[in-house]
Design a protein around this ligand. Structure first.
Ligand SMILES: O=C(O)CCC(=O)C(=O)O
Length: 265
């Protein structure tokens, strides 16, 4: 009887059923109108624990690398000059993403992160397929905010595309081509700096940012945030005593070059 109940529950809560039952129209509307949506409990607690274990050696390696001098980096965010640092490790980059925070793809195409359930999660892919349609690809990275780390700079995840397009006029008019999926490995809240969004700015130029409402979301580990790469957003300071690791999966059209980073040789 117990085995039967377990089998039945597994069927009910399996990702395949969840992918079929999810109200995709709600998430598509939120993505279209606000630029961001949350899908609860995409990953199980066991999966989150396995991701944490696989990430630990990466974090240790990067933290010791970041004790060595970084290479200065200067780049534009909506026309504003921004200064930061980066490091190189094997063929990968480690980007300082605000004080006490790093962003890297190092080792995140291996082991459990290369597994097709992670790379092609049916719940996420079904939504991505509805917004990117075809000819897209994806890769994985991590944003790690140490305890005591500061606010990140506001930014869009996409380049502004045209040289004349400092304020994003052309960018926000073109078809959507880039979506980021954040996968927090711990609960995220204001205390540990859950991501802040300027809602609707995936459809707004820089001059229109003051019209936008800002929002931060409380998430449980296992929930994911999906957002349009054109939206203006930032990670907030981690005021808690614990690290705030967030995996991400970026999906974008194959014509876009997401390896280009201004200010990096
Ligand atoms: O760390 C965060 O909360 C935000 C991460 C971020 O800005 C990004 O992945 O583009």
């Amino acid at each position: 009887m117990k085995a039967f109940t377990l089998f039945f529950l597994t069927l009910i809560f399996s990702p395949i059923n969840y992918a079929q039952d999810l109200n995709y129209n709600k998430h598509l509307n939120e993505l279209n109108n606000n630029g961001v949506t949350i899908i609860p409990q995409v990953y199980s607690q066991q999966e989150i624990e396995a991701f944490q274990i696989a990430l630990n050696p990466v974090v240790q390696k990067i933290e010791s690398l970041m004790k060595t001098p970084g290479i200065p980096r200067y780049f534009n965010n909506d026309g504003k000059k921004t200064a930061s640092y980066y490091w190189q490790i094997d063929n990968d980059l480690v980007l300082q993403a605000g004080p006490g925070r790093f962003d890297t793809r190092y080792q995140l195409n291996k082991g459990i992160f290369a597994d097709s359930h992670f790379q092609h999660n049916p719940i996420i892919e079904k939504l991505i397929q509805k917004v990117l349609h075809s000819r897209y690809t994806n890769y994985t990275g991590v944003v790690f905010a140490a305890p005591g780390s500061g606010d990140q700079y506001w930014h869009r995840d996409t380049d502004n595309i045209a040289d004349s397009d400092i304020d994003g006029t052309q960018l926000v008019r073109m078809d959507d081509f880039y979506f980021t999926v954040l996968i927090p490995l711990v609960n995220m809240n204001k205390e540990n700096g859950t991501t802040e969004f300027m809602l609707t700015t995936h459809r707004k130029t820089m001059e229109e940012y003051p019209l936008a409402k800002t929002a931060q979301f409380d998430l449980k580990a296992g929930d994911v945030i999906i957002f349009n790469g054109k939206i203006n957003h930032r990670g907030r300071a981690n005021l808690s005593q614990s690290p705030r690791p967030v995996l991400y999966n970026v999906y974008y059209k194959k014509w876009y070059n997401d390896s280009y980073r201004e200010g990096i040789n």
